[in-house]
Design a protein around this ligand. Structure first.
Ligand code: AGP
Length: 612
Protein backbone atom coordinates (compact mmCIF):
# COMPACT_ATOMS: atom_id res chain seq x y z
CA UNK A 1 0.00 0.00 0.00
CA UNK A 2 1.20 3.54 -0.60
CA UNK A 3 -0.27 6.92 0.16
CA UNK A 4 -1.18 9.11 -2.80
CA UNK A 5 -2.42 12.71 -2.87
CA UNK A 6 -2.97 15.36 -5.56
CA UNK A 7 -3.95 19.02 -5.16
CA UNK A 8 -4.89 21.85 -7.51
CA UNK A 9 -6.22 25.19 -6.32
CA UNK A 10 -5.32 28.54 -4.74
CA UNK A 11 -3.31 27.20 -1.79
CA UNK A 12 0.46 26.80 -1.88
CA UNK A 13 0.30 23.16 -2.98
CA UNK A 14 3.04 21.84 -0.67
CA UNK A 15 0.80 22.64 2.33
CA UNK A 16 -2.19 20.38 1.54
CA UNK A 17 0.12 17.80 -0.04
CA UNK A 18 2.30 17.36 3.07
CA UNK A 19 -0.76 17.53 5.33
CA UNK A 20 -2.36 14.82 3.22
CA UNK A 21 0.73 12.64 3.25
CA UNK A 22 0.87 12.88 7.04
CA UNK A 23 -2.64 11.49 7.16
CA UNK A 24 -1.67 8.72 4.77
CA UNK A 25 1.66 7.78 6.36
CA UNK A 26 0.07 4.67 7.91
CA UNK A 27 -0.22 3.35 4.34
CA UNK A 28 3.50 3.31 3.84
CA UNK A 29 6.44 5.11 5.29
CA UNK A 30 9.74 3.99 3.82
CA UNK A 31 10.11 7.00 1.49
CA UNK A 32 8.13 10.04 0.35
CA UNK A 33 8.16 12.66 -2.36
CA UNK A 34 6.27 15.47 -4.08
CA UNK A 35 6.20 17.09 -7.51
CA UNK A 36 4.96 20.71 -7.73
CA UNK A 37 3.89 22.09 -11.10
CA UNK A 38 4.41 25.60 -12.38
CA UNK A 39 4.51 26.97 -15.92
CA UNK A 40 6.92 24.79 -17.86
CA UNK A 41 8.70 23.35 -14.82
CA UNK A 42 8.28 20.73 -12.11
CA UNK A 43 9.84 21.05 -8.66
CA UNK A 44 10.52 17.52 -7.41
CA UNK A 45 11.79 16.48 -4.00
CA UNK A 46 11.86 12.89 -2.74
CA UNK A 47 13.60 11.22 0.17
CA UNK A 48 14.02 7.74 1.63
CA UNK A 49 12.83 7.30 5.17
CA UNK A 50 10.04 8.93 7.10
CA UNK A 51 7.97 11.83 5.74
CA UNK A 52 9.88 14.12 8.10
CA UNK A 53 12.96 13.56 5.94
CA UNK A 54 11.09 14.99 2.97
CA UNK A 55 9.80 17.90 5.01
CA UNK A 56 13.34 18.72 6.13
CA UNK A 57 14.55 18.58 2.53
CA UNK A 58 11.82 20.83 1.20
CA UNK A 59 13.44 24.14 0.60
CA UNK A 60 11.47 26.82 2.39
CA UNK A 61 12.18 29.05 -0.60
CA UNK A 62 9.97 26.82 -2.76
CA UNK A 63 7.96 29.04 -5.10
CA UNK A 64 4.32 29.21 -4.13
CA UNK A 65 2.89 26.90 -6.76
CA UNK A 66 -0.68 25.78 -6.76
CA UNK A 67 -0.76 22.22 -7.92
CA UNK A 68 1.14 19.05 -7.32
CA UNK A 69 1.18 15.37 -6.40
CA UNK A 70 2.61 13.63 -3.34
CA UNK A 71 3.41 10.04 -2.38
CA UNK A 72 4.42 8.07 0.69
CA UNK A 73 5.76 4.65 -0.21
CA UNK A 74 5.49 1.06 0.97
CA UNK A 75 8.17 -0.48 -1.23
CA UNK A 76 7.29 -3.44 -3.42
CA UNK A 77 9.69 -3.27 -6.37
CA UNK A 78 13.05 -1.72 -5.49
CA UNK A 79 14.26 -0.85 -2.00
CA UNK A 80 13.40 2.33 -0.06
CA UNK A 81 15.95 4.73 -1.56
CA UNK A 82 15.81 8.35 -2.80
CA UNK A 83 15.96 7.09 -6.37
CA UNK A 84 13.10 4.61 -5.92
CA UNK A 85 10.93 7.10 -4.07
CA UNK A 86 8.01 8.53 -6.03
CA UNK A 87 7.28 10.69 -8.03
CA UNK A 88 8.98 9.20 -11.09
CA UNK A 89 9.76 11.42 -14.08
CA UNK A 90 10.12 11.14 -17.81
CA UNK A 91 13.53 11.93 -19.30
CA UNK A 92 12.61 15.59 -19.91
CA UNK A 93 11.73 15.98 -16.26
CA UNK A 94 8.40 17.57 -17.17
CA UNK A 95 6.02 14.67 -16.47
CA UNK A 96 5.71 13.17 -12.98
CA UNK A 97 3.83 10.03 -11.91
CA UNK A 98 2.97 8.52 -8.54
CA UNK A 99 1.57 5.03 -8.12
CA UNK A 100 -0.01 2.68 -5.59
CA UNK A 101 -0.18 -1.01 -6.49
CA UNK A 102 1.75 -3.41 -8.69
CA UNK A 103 2.38 -3.09 -12.44
CA UNK A 104 2.68 -6.75 -13.37
CA UNK A 105 4.08 -6.19 -16.87
CA UNK A 106 6.58 -3.49 -15.98
CA UNK A 107 9.60 -5.49 -17.12
CA UNK A 108 8.34 -5.92 -20.69
CA UNK A 109 7.32 -2.26 -20.75
CA UNK A 110 10.76 -1.20 -19.56
CA UNK A 111 12.53 -3.30 -22.21
CA UNK A 112 10.39 -1.77 -24.96
CA UNK A 113 10.83 1.78 -23.65
CA UNK A 114 14.60 1.41 -23.24
CA UNK A 115 14.74 0.16 -26.80
CA UNK A 116 13.06 3.44 -27.79
CA UNK A 117 15.81 5.36 -25.97
CA UNK A 118 14.23 6.04 -22.58
CA UNK A 119 16.77 6.13 -19.75
CA UNK A 120 15.65 4.62 -16.44
CA UNK A 121 17.01 5.72 -13.08
CA UNK A 122 15.21 3.44 -10.60
CA UNK A 123 14.32 -0.22 -9.99
CA UNK A 124 10.62 0.48 -9.63
CA UNK A 125 7.70 -0.77 -11.68
CA UNK A 126 6.26 2.77 -11.62
CA UNK A 127 9.00 4.43 -13.65
CA UNK A 128 7.88 2.48 -16.73
CA UNK A 129 4.56 4.34 -16.53
CA UNK A 130 6.27 7.76 -16.52
CA UNK A 131 8.13 7.01 -19.77
CA UNK A 132 5.10 5.34 -21.33
CA UNK A 133 2.89 8.34 -20.55
CA UNK A 134 5.52 10.69 -21.94
CA UNK A 135 5.41 8.95 -25.31
CA UNK A 136 1.64 8.67 -25.39
CA UNK A 137 1.19 12.33 -24.42
CA UNK A 138 3.28 13.35 -27.41
CA UNK A 139 1.16 11.11 -29.64
CA UNK A 140 -1.92 12.92 -28.34
CA UNK A 141 -0.49 16.42 -28.87
CA UNK A 142 -0.09 17.08 -25.15
CA UNK A 143 -3.38 15.61 -24.00
CA UNK A 144 -2.48 13.88 -20.73
CA UNK A 145 -5.96 12.43 -20.28
CA UNK A 146 -5.87 10.64 -23.62
CA UNK A 147 -2.34 9.48 -22.83
CA UNK A 148 -3.50 8.03 -19.52
CA UNK A 149 -6.40 6.30 -21.24
CA UNK A 150 -4.06 4.55 -23.71
CA UNK A 151 -1.56 3.74 -20.96
CA UNK A 152 -4.18 1.95 -18.87
CA UNK A 153 -5.07 -0.20 -21.87
CA UNK A 154 -1.58 -1.74 -21.86
CA UNK A 155 -0.93 -1.89 -18.10
CA UNK A 156 -1.59 -5.13 -16.20
CA UNK A 157 -1.87 -5.43 -12.41
CA UNK A 158 -3.43 -3.27 -9.73
CA UNK A 159 -2.79 0.47 -9.71
CA UNK A 160 -3.80 3.96 -8.73
CA UNK A 161 -1.89 6.49 -10.82
CA UNK A 162 -1.68 10.30 -10.65
CA UNK A 163 0.20 12.30 -13.28
CA UNK A 164 1.05 15.97 -13.77
CA UNK A 165 2.84 17.73 -16.65
CA UNK A 166 4.73 21.04 -16.44
CA UNK A 167 3.11 22.36 -19.62
CA UNK A 168 -0.33 22.26 -18.01
CA UNK A 169 0.52 22.22 -14.28
CA UNK A 170 -2.91 23.10 -12.91
CA UNK A 171 -4.24 19.84 -14.39
CA UNK A 172 -3.85 16.49 -12.61
CA UNK A 173 -4.94 13.21 -14.21
CA UNK A 174 -5.67 10.09 -12.18
CA UNK A 175 -6.92 6.55 -12.73
CA UNK A 176 -7.59 3.44 -10.58
CA UNK A 177 -7.78 -0.30 -11.09
CA UNK A 178 -8.09 -2.65 -8.06
CA UNK A 179 -6.57 0.07 -5.93
CA UNK A 180 -8.28 2.98 -4.15
CA UNK A 181 -8.66 6.55 -5.46
CA UNK A 182 -11.12 9.13 -4.25
CA UNK A 183 -11.69 12.73 -5.36
CA UNK A 184 -12.21 15.58 -2.89
CA UNK A 185 -14.31 18.42 -4.32
CA UNK A 186 -13.53 21.78 -2.72
CA UNK A 187 -14.51 25.36 -3.49
CA UNK A 188 -12.13 26.51 -6.19
CA UNK A 189 -9.82 23.62 -5.34
CA UNK A 190 -9.85 19.88 -5.87
CA UNK A 191 -8.03 16.87 -4.41
CA UNK A 192 -7.35 13.25 -5.27
CA UNK A 193 -6.08 10.72 -2.71
CA UNK A 194 -5.84 7.06 -1.70
CA UNK A 195 -8.48 7.72 0.95
CA UNK A 196 -10.47 10.62 2.28
CA UNK A 197 -8.28 11.10 5.34
CA UNK A 198 -5.85 13.05 3.10
CA UNK A 199 -8.24 15.91 2.38
CA UNK A 200 -11.06 15.58 4.90
CA UNK A 201 -9.87 18.72 6.74
CA UNK A 202 -10.47 20.74 3.53
CA UNK A 203 -13.65 19.22 2.18
CA UNK A 204 -16.20 16.52 3.00
CA UNK A 205 -17.51 16.35 -0.55
CA UNK A 206 -16.05 13.28 -2.25
CA UNK A 207 -16.44 11.28 -5.44
CA UNK A 208 -15.93 7.51 -5.42
CA UNK A 209 -14.41 6.12 -8.61
CA UNK A 210 -15.08 2.87 -10.46
CA UNK A 211 -12.60 0.54 -12.16
CA UNK A 212 -10.58 2.08 -15.02
CA UNK A 213 -12.27 5.45 -14.54
CA UNK A 214 -10.04 8.39 -15.42
CA UNK A 215 -10.25 11.69 -13.55
CA UNK A 216 -9.07 14.98 -15.04
CA UNK A 217 -9.15 17.78 -12.52
CA UNK A 218 -8.13 21.43 -12.25
CA UNK A 219 -9.12 24.00 -9.61
CA UNK A 220 -12.63 24.45 -10.96
CA UNK A 221 -13.53 21.18 -12.65
CA UNK A 222 -13.50 17.42 -12.18
CA UNK A 223 -14.24 15.37 -15.29
CA UNK A 224 -14.54 11.58 -15.15
CA UNK A 225 -14.34 9.48 -18.30
CA UNK A 226 -14.13 5.78 -19.12
CA UNK A 227 -11.56 4.05 -21.32
CA UNK A 228 -13.59 4.97 -24.40
CA UNK A 229 -13.55 8.64 -23.47
CA UNK A 230 -17.24 8.66 -22.53
CA UNK A 231 -18.02 11.09 -19.71
CA UNK A 232 -19.29 9.47 -16.51
CA UNK A 233 -21.65 11.29 -14.14
CA UNK A 234 -19.75 11.72 -10.84
CA UNK A 235 -21.19 9.89 -7.83
CA UNK A 236 -20.66 12.58 -5.18
CA UNK A 237 -21.19 11.83 -1.49
CA UNK A 238 -20.74 13.53 1.88
CA UNK A 239 -18.00 12.05 4.09
CA UNK A 240 -19.39 11.25 7.51
CA UNK A 241 -16.11 10.34 9.23
CA UNK A 242 -13.74 12.55 11.18
CA UNK A 243 -10.06 12.53 10.16
CA UNK A 244 -8.98 9.85 12.65
CA UNK A 245 -11.77 7.49 11.63
CA UNK A 246 -10.82 8.13 8.03
CA UNK A 247 -7.25 6.86 8.61
CA UNK A 248 -8.86 3.59 9.69
CA UNK A 249 -11.09 3.59 6.64
CA UNK A 250 -14.07 4.05 8.91
CA UNK A 251 -13.21 0.97 10.99
CA UNK A 252 -12.92 1.47 14.73
CA UNK A 253 -9.45 -0.09 14.87
CA UNK A 254 -6.58 -0.75 12.49
CA UNK A 255 -6.83 -4.45 13.36
CA UNK A 256 -10.42 -4.68 12.10
CA UNK A 257 -9.47 -2.72 8.99
CA UNK A 258 -6.58 -5.11 8.37
CA UNK A 259 -8.83 -8.15 8.87
CA UNK A 260 -11.06 -6.75 6.15
CA UNK A 261 -8.05 -6.00 3.93
CA UNK A 262 -7.16 -9.69 3.80
CA UNK A 263 -8.89 -10.52 0.50
CA UNK A 264 -6.86 -7.82 -1.26
CA UNK A 265 -3.64 -8.71 0.58
CA UNK A 266 -3.98 -12.34 -0.52
CA UNK A 267 -4.89 -11.33 -4.08
CA UNK A 268 -1.93 -8.93 -4.31
CA UNK A 269 0.48 -11.59 -3.03
CA UNK A 270 -0.72 -13.96 -5.74
CA UNK A 271 -0.45 -11.48 -8.63
CA UNK A 272 1.74 -12.69 -11.48
CA UNK A 273 2.95 -15.91 -9.86
CA UNK A 274 1.96 -18.35 -12.62
CA UNK A 275 3.38 -18.10 -16.13
CA UNK A 276 1.43 -18.74 -19.31
CA UNK A 277 2.98 -22.23 -19.43
CA UNK A 278 1.91 -23.05 -15.85
CA UNK A 279 5.27 -22.42 -14.15
CA UNK A 280 5.20 -20.94 -10.65
CA UNK A 281 7.27 -17.73 -10.95
CA UNK A 282 9.55 -17.27 -7.93
CA UNK A 283 12.67 -15.90 -9.63
CA UNK A 284 13.60 -14.17 -6.40
CA UNK A 285 14.48 -17.57 -4.90
CA UNK A 286 17.61 -17.64 -7.13
CA UNK A 287 17.66 -21.45 -6.92
CA UNK A 288 18.26 -23.66 -9.97
CA UNK A 289 16.32 -26.87 -10.45
CA UNK A 290 19.48 -28.80 -9.56
CA UNK A 291 19.97 -26.85 -6.34
CA UNK A 292 16.36 -27.54 -5.37
CA UNK A 293 16.73 -31.20 -6.19
CA UNK A 294 19.84 -31.40 -4.00
CA UNK A 295 18.00 -30.12 -0.93
CA UNK A 296 17.92 -32.68 1.89
CA UNK A 297 15.60 -30.74 4.20
CA UNK A 298 13.97 -27.40 4.90
CA UNK A 299 14.04 -25.70 8.27
CA UNK A 300 11.52 -22.95 8.93
CA UNK A 301 12.38 -20.41 11.64
CA UNK A 302 9.97 -17.79 12.94
CA UNK A 303 8.25 -16.42 16.04
CA UNK A 304 4.65 -16.01 17.18
CA UNK A 305 2.11 -15.81 14.43
CA UNK A 306 4.82 -16.16 11.77
CA UNK A 307 5.74 -19.48 13.40
CA UNK A 308 2.19 -20.67 12.80
CA UNK A 309 2.60 -19.86 9.12
CA UNK A 310 5.71 -22.03 9.33
CA UNK A 311 3.69 -24.95 10.66
CA UNK A 312 1.41 -24.67 7.64
CA UNK A 313 4.52 -24.65 5.45
CA UNK A 314 5.43 -28.09 6.82
CA UNK A 315 2.11 -29.59 5.71
CA UNK A 316 2.17 -27.92 2.28
CA UNK A 317 5.82 -28.47 1.33
CA UNK A 318 5.96 -32.09 2.54
CA UNK A 319 2.67 -32.86 0.81
CA UNK A 320 3.59 -31.31 -2.54
CA UNK A 321 7.39 -31.28 -2.75
CA UNK A 322 8.15 -34.38 -0.60
CA UNK A 323 11.03 -32.55 1.09
CA UNK A 324 11.32 -33.04 4.88
CA UNK A 325 10.43 -29.84 6.76
CA UNK A 326 11.14 -28.99 10.37
CA UNK A 327 9.64 -25.90 11.96
CA UNK A 328 11.57 -24.19 14.73
CA UNK A 329 10.75 -21.41 17.16
CA UNK A 330 13.51 -18.98 16.20
CA UNK A 331 14.56 -18.22 19.80
CA UNK A 332 15.11 -21.96 20.42
CA UNK A 333 16.73 -22.81 17.09
CA UNK A 334 20.35 -21.80 17.54
CA UNK A 335 20.67 -23.10 21.09
CA UNK A 336 20.02 -26.73 20.25
CA UNK A 337 22.88 -27.33 17.82
CA UNK A 338 20.63 -27.85 14.79
CA UNK A 339 21.79 -30.15 12.02
CA UNK A 340 22.00 -27.79 9.05
CA UNK A 341 24.44 -27.40 6.18
CA UNK A 342 24.56 -26.46 2.49
CA UNK A 343 21.88 -29.07 1.71
CA UNK A 344 19.43 -27.27 4.01
CA UNK A 345 17.12 -24.48 2.88
CA UNK A 346 16.24 -22.28 5.85
CA UNK A 347 13.06 -20.24 5.45
CA UNK A 348 12.81 -17.27 7.82
CA UNK A 349 9.30 -15.86 8.11
CA UNK A 350 8.87 -12.35 9.51
CA UNK A 351 6.34 -9.57 8.88
CA UNK A 352 8.59 -6.80 10.19
CA UNK A 353 11.90 -8.28 9.08
CA UNK A 354 13.38 -6.93 12.34
CA UNK A 355 12.52 -9.61 14.92
CA UNK A 356 15.80 -10.17 16.74
CA UNK A 357 15.11 -13.82 17.62
CA UNK A 358 14.57 -14.60 13.96
CA UNK A 359 17.49 -12.45 12.81
CA UNK A 360 19.90 -14.22 15.17
CA UNK A 361 18.61 -17.56 13.92
CA UNK A 362 19.21 -16.42 10.34
CA UNK A 363 22.78 -15.48 11.20
CA UNK A 364 23.33 -18.86 12.82
CA UNK A 365 21.93 -20.67 9.77
CA UNK A 366 24.14 -18.64 7.44
CA UNK A 367 27.24 -19.41 9.51
CA UNK A 368 26.39 -23.12 9.24
CA UNK A 369 26.38 -22.86 5.45
CA UNK A 370 22.63 -23.08 4.83
CA UNK A 371 20.90 -21.04 2.15
CA UNK A 372 18.39 -18.66 3.74
CA UNK A 373 15.16 -17.53 2.11
CA UNK A 374 13.19 -14.80 3.89
CA UNK A 375 9.43 -14.34 3.63
CA UNK A 376 8.87 -10.75 4.65
CA UNK A 377 6.32 -7.95 4.42
CA UNK A 378 8.70 -5.03 4.91
CA UNK A 379 10.90 -4.20 1.94
CA UNK A 380 14.65 -3.95 2.64
CA UNK A 381 14.32 -4.64 6.35
CA UNK A 382 17.20 -6.39 8.14
CA UNK A 383 16.19 -10.06 7.78
CA UNK A 384 15.73 -9.92 3.98
CA UNK A 385 18.95 -7.95 3.66
CA UNK A 386 20.87 -10.65 5.55
CA UNK A 387 19.21 -13.53 3.69
CA UNK A 388 20.26 -15.04 0.36
CA UNK A 389 16.83 -14.43 -1.15
CA UNK A 390 13.50 -12.90 -0.17
CA UNK A 391 9.91 -13.44 -1.14
CA UNK A 392 7.97 -10.29 -0.26
CA UNK A 393 4.35 -10.58 0.74
CA UNK A 394 2.09 -7.75 -0.39
CA UNK A 395 -0.06 -7.23 2.68
CA UNK A 396 0.84 -3.56 2.89
CA UNK A 397 1.74 -1.94 6.23
CA UNK A 398 0.30 -3.84 9.16
CA UNK A 399 -0.27 -1.26 11.89
CA UNK A 400 -2.06 -3.32 14.54
CA UNK A 401 0.30 -5.25 16.81
CA UNK A 402 -1.81 -8.37 16.37
CA UNK A 403 -0.83 -9.80 13.02
CA UNK A 404 -3.69 -10.75 10.68
CA UNK A 405 -3.27 -9.97 6.98
CA UNK A 406 0.49 -10.59 7.21
CA UNK A 407 -0.20 -14.14 8.41
CA UNK A 408 -2.51 -14.95 5.52
CA UNK A 409 -0.01 -13.62 2.98
CA UNK A 410 2.80 -15.57 4.68
CA UNK A 411 0.74 -18.73 4.26
CA UNK A 412 0.16 -17.86 0.60
CA UNK A 413 3.92 -17.41 0.23
CA UNK A 414 4.64 -20.85 1.67
CA UNK A 415 2.06 -22.36 -0.66
CA UNK A 416 3.80 -20.73 -3.63
CA UNK A 417 7.18 -22.00 -2.41
CA UNK A 418 5.79 -25.52 -1.94
CA UNK A 419 4.38 -25.53 -5.47
CA UNK A 420 7.59 -24.13 -6.93
CA UNK A 421 9.74 -26.76 -5.18
CA UNK A 422 7.33 -29.52 -6.23
CA UNK A 423 7.52 -28.39 -9.84
CA UNK A 424 11.32 -28.28 -9.73
CA UNK A 425 11.64 -31.81 -8.40
CA UNK A 426 8.82 -33.18 -10.51
CA UNK A 427 6.58 -34.26 -7.65
CA UNK A 428 3.70 -32.21 -9.09
CA UNK A 429 2.86 -31.92 -12.77
CA UNK A 430 2.36 -28.53 -14.42
CA UNK A 431 -1.33 -29.35 -14.77
CA UNK A 432 -1.64 -30.14 -11.06
CA UNK A 433 0.13 -26.86 -10.23
CA UNK A 434 -2.20 -24.99 -12.57
CA UNK A 435 -5.25 -26.46 -10.83
CA UNK A 436 -3.93 -25.72 -7.34
CA UNK A 437 -2.93 -22.15 -8.30
CA UNK A 438 -6.39 -21.50 -9.72
CA UNK A 439 -7.88 -22.61 -6.42
CA UNK A 440 -5.52 -20.18 -4.68
CA UNK A 441 -6.96 -17.40 -6.84
CA UNK A 442 -10.43 -18.20 -5.47
CA UNK A 443 -9.36 -17.64 -1.87
CA UNK A 444 -9.84 -13.82 -1.76
CA UNK A 445 -13.49 -14.29 -2.73
CA UNK A 446 -13.94 -17.00 -0.10
CA UNK A 447 -12.43 -14.75 2.57
CA UNK A 448 -14.88 -12.04 1.50
CA UNK A 449 -17.71 -14.54 1.94
CA UNK A 450 -16.62 -15.16 5.56
CA UNK A 451 -16.25 -11.47 6.29
CA UNK A 452 -19.75 -10.81 5.02
CA UNK A 453 -21.16 -13.19 7.64
CA UNK A 454 -19.17 -12.32 10.77
CA UNK A 455 -21.83 -10.22 12.51
CA UNK A 456 -23.46 -13.20 14.31
CA UNK A 457 -19.99 -14.31 15.46
CA UNK A 458 -19.22 -10.82 16.79
CA UNK A 459 -22.47 -10.89 18.75
CA UNK A 460 -21.82 -14.42 20.06
CA UNK A 461 -18.30 -13.50 21.15
CA UNK A 462 -19.60 -10.89 23.52
CA UNK A 463 -21.35 -13.71 25.47
CA UNK A 464 -17.92 -15.12 26.33
CA UNK A 465 -16.36 -11.82 27.30
CA UNK A 466 -16.28 -12.71 30.99
CA UNK A 467 -14.62 -16.10 30.49
CA UNK A 468 -11.02 -16.32 31.63
CA UNK A 469 -10.04 -19.32 29.59
CA UNK A 470 -10.80 -20.57 26.09
CA UNK A 471 -9.44 -23.74 24.49
CA UNK A 472 -8.90 -24.33 20.79
CA UNK A 473 -8.81 -27.75 19.18
CA UNK A 474 -7.57 -28.60 15.73
CA UNK A 475 -6.24 -31.62 13.89
CA UNK A 476 -3.87 -31.95 10.96
CA UNK A 477 -3.78 -28.60 9.09
CA UNK A 478 -6.31 -27.25 11.61
CA UNK A 479 -3.76 -27.62 14.41
CA UNK A 480 -1.73 -24.49 13.47
CA UNK A 481 -5.08 -22.69 13.23
CA UNK A 482 -5.88 -23.68 16.81
CA UNK A 483 -2.52 -22.36 17.96
CA UNK A 484 -3.04 -19.08 16.13
CA UNK A 485 -6.54 -18.66 17.54
CA UNK A 486 -5.15 -19.11 21.03
CA UNK A 487 -2.30 -16.67 20.47
CA UNK A 488 -4.67 -13.98 19.14
CA UNK A 489 -6.86 -14.36 22.20
CA UNK A 490 -3.90 -14.18 24.60
CA UNK A 491 -2.46 -11.03 23.09
CA UNK A 492 -5.79 -9.21 22.64
CA UNK A 493 -8.11 -10.34 25.46
CA UNK A 494 -5.32 -11.01 27.99
CA UNK A 495 -6.90 -14.32 28.98
CA UNK A 496 -5.56 -17.88 29.24
CA UNK A 497 -6.01 -19.56 25.88
CA UNK A 498 -4.49 -22.81 24.69
CA UNK A 499 -4.43 -24.48 21.30
CA UNK A 500 -4.21 -28.29 21.23
CA UNK A 501 -4.01 -31.03 18.68
CA UNK A 502 -7.38 -32.76 19.13
CA UNK A 503 -5.68 -36.09 19.64
CA UNK A 504 -3.77 -34.67 22.61
CA UNK A 505 -6.93 -33.81 24.57
CA UNK A 506 -7.11 -37.16 26.36
CA UNK A 507 -3.40 -37.00 27.26
CA UNK A 508 -3.96 -34.24 29.81
CA UNK A 509 -5.65 -31.05 28.59
CA UNK A 510 -9.15 -32.51 28.99
CA UNK A 511 -8.65 -32.01 32.72
CA UNK A 512 -8.99 -28.28 32.01
CA UNK A 513 -12.61 -28.69 30.91
CA UNK A 514 -15.08 -27.41 33.44
CA UNK A 515 -18.72 -26.40 33.35
CA UNK A 516 -19.06 -23.63 30.78
CA UNK A 517 -15.50 -23.74 29.48
CA UNK A 518 -15.57 -22.35 25.93
CA UNK A 519 -13.94 -24.68 23.42
CA UNK A 520 -13.49 -23.71 19.76
CA UNK A 521 -13.02 -26.74 17.53
CA UNK A 522 -11.74 -26.43 13.98
CA UNK A 523 -13.24 -29.31 12.04
CA UNK A 524 -10.84 -30.66 9.40
CA UNK A 525 -11.71 -29.65 5.85
CA UNK A 526 -13.23 -32.14 3.47
CA UNK A 527 -16.49 -33.78 4.54
CA UNK A 528 -15.20 -37.30 4.26
CA UNK A 529 -11.99 -36.35 6.07
CA UNK A 530 -10.91 -39.29 8.27
CA UNK A 531 -10.26 -36.87 11.11
CA UNK A 532 -13.83 -35.58 11.05
CA UNK A 533 -15.04 -38.51 13.14
CA UNK A 534 -12.20 -38.11 15.60
CA UNK A 535 -12.77 -34.39 15.97
CA UNK A 536 -16.50 -34.95 16.36
CA UNK A 537 -15.64 -37.38 19.17
CA UNK A 538 -13.44 -34.71 20.76
CA UNK A 539 -16.42 -32.36 20.64
CA UNK A 540 -18.63 -34.90 22.39
CA UNK A 541 -15.93 -35.57 24.99
CA UNK A 542 -15.62 -31.91 25.99
CA UNK A 543 -19.38 -31.35 25.73
CA UNK A 544 -19.95 -34.24 28.12
CA UNK A 545 -17.80 -32.39 30.65
CA UNK A 546 -19.73 -29.14 30.42
CA UNK A 547 -17.87 -27.30 27.67
CA UNK A 548 -19.61 -24.71 25.51
CA UNK A 549 -18.53 -25.66 22.00
CA UNK A 550 -18.13 -23.39 19.00
CA UNK A 551 -17.22 -25.21 15.81
CA UNK A 552 -15.63 -23.97 12.61
CA UNK A 553 -16.79 -26.26 9.83
CA UNK A 554 -17.27 -26.31 6.10
CA UNK A 555 -20.64 -25.41 4.67
CA UNK A 556 -23.02 -28.35 4.88
CA UNK A 557 -21.37 -30.13 7.80
CA UNK A 558 -23.81 -30.96 10.62
CA UNK A 559 -22.34 -30.90 14.14
CA UNK A 560 -24.33 -32.33 17.07
CA UNK A 561 -24.05 -30.45 20.35
CA UNK A 562 -22.31 -27.32 19.13
CA UNK A 563 -23.60 -24.09 20.64
CA UNK A 564 -22.66 -22.30 17.44
CA UNK A 565 -21.25 -23.44 14.08
CA UNK A 566 -19.22 -20.97 12.04
CA UNK A 567 -19.37 -22.16 8.47
CA UNK A 568 -16.59 -21.48 6.02
CA UNK A 569 -16.62 -22.13 2.27
CA UNK A 570 -15.53 -25.50 0.97
CA UNK A 571 -11.88 -25.42 0.00
CA UNK A 572 -8.98 -27.76 -0.70
CA UNK A 573 -8.05 -29.07 2.81
CA UNK A 574 -4.50 -27.72 2.70
CA UNK A 575 -5.95 -24.21 2.18
CA UNK A 576 -8.21 -24.37 5.23
CA UNK A 577 -5.92 -22.21 7.45
CA UNK A 578 -6.50 -19.25 5.13
CA UNK A 579 -10.25 -19.41 5.81
CA UNK A 580 -10.54 -20.92 9.30
CA UNK A 581 -8.19 -18.33 10.83
CA UNK A 582 -10.43 -15.39 9.88
CA UNK A 583 -13.30 -16.14 12.34
CA UNK A 584 -10.73 -16.63 15.10
CA UNK A 585 -9.23 -13.22 14.36
CA UNK A 586 -12.69 -11.69 14.63
CA UNK A 587 -13.39 -13.65 17.84
CA UNK A 588 -10.22 -12.34 19.48
CA UNK A 589 -10.88 -8.80 18.23
CA UNK A 590 -14.40 -8.79 19.63
CA UNK A 591 -13.27 -10.22 22.97
CA UNK A 592 -10.70 -7.43 23.26
CA UNK A 593 -13.31 -4.78 22.49
CA UNK A 594 -15.79 -6.33 24.94
CA UNK A 595 -13.10 -6.32 27.66
CA UNK A 596 -12.21 -2.70 26.93
CA UNK A 597 -8.64 -3.48 25.90
CA UNK A 598 -6.41 -1.45 23.60
CA UNK A 599 -6.97 -3.48 20.43
CA UNK A 600 -4.29 -1.98 18.21
CA UNK A 601 -1.62 -1.72 20.90
CA UNK A 602 -2.25 -4.47 23.48
CA UNK A 603 -0.45 -4.15 26.82
CA UNK A 604 3.18 -5.36 27.09
CA UNK A 605 3.47 -5.98 23.33
CA UNK A 606 5.33 -4.31 20.45
CA UNK A 607 4.74 -4.60 16.74
CA UNK A 608 8.29 -5.66 16.18
CA UNK A 609 10.30 -7.35 18.95
CA UNK A 610 13.83 -6.15 18.26
CA UNK A 611 15.37 -7.60 21.42
CA UNK A 612 16.22 -11.22 22.13
C1 AGP B 1 1.39 -11.69 16.21
O1 AGP B 1 0.03 -11.32 16.41
C2 AGP B 1 2.28 -11.13 17.28
N1 AGP B 1 2.20 -9.72 17.31
C3 AGP B 1 3.69 -11.68 17.25
O2 AGP B 1 3.58 -13.03 17.62
C4 AGP B 1 4.47 -11.63 15.90
O3 AGP B 1 3.90 -12.52 15.00
C5 AGP B 1 5.91 -12.07 16.18
O4 AGP B 1 6.50 -11.15 17.08
C6 AGP B 1 6.77 -12.15 14.91
O5 AGP B 1 6.87 -10.88 14.33
P1 AGP B 1 7.48 -10.79 12.85
O6 AGP B 1 6.54 -11.52 11.94
O7 AGP B 1 7.53 -9.32 12.54
O8 AGP B 1 8.84 -11.42 12.85
Amino acid sequence: MCGIVGYTGPQSASVPLIAGLKRLEYRGYDSAGIALGTAGKLFVEKKAGKLSNLESALDSSLPSVHSGIGHTRWATHGGPTDQNAHPHLDNEGKLAVIHNGIIENYTELRIALEAKGHKFSSQTDTESVAHLLSDLRKEHQGDLTKAMRDAVKVLRGSFTLLAIHADKPEEIVGVRRNSPLVVGVGTGENFMASDVSAFIEYTKQAIELGQDEIVTMDPTSVVITDLDGKTIKPKTYEISWDATAAEKGGFSHFMLKEIFEQPKAVADTLIGRLSDNNQILLDELHMSKQEIQSLKKITVIACGTAYHAGLVAKYAIEKWAKIPVEVEIASEFRYRDPIIDSTTLVIAISQSGETMDTLMAVRHAKSAGARVLAICNTNSSTIPRESDAVLYTHAGPEIAVASTKALLTQIIAVYLIGLHLAQANGSLSDQQVHEIYNELLELPGKIEQILETVEPLRELTRKFAKNDTVLFLGRNIGYPVALEGALKLKELAYIHAEGFAGGELKHGPIALIDQGTPVIAILPAGKEHALDEKMLSNIQEVKARGARVIVIAEEGVVVEGAEHVITIPVVRPIFQPILATVPLQVFAYEMAVARGNDVDQPRNLAKSVTVE
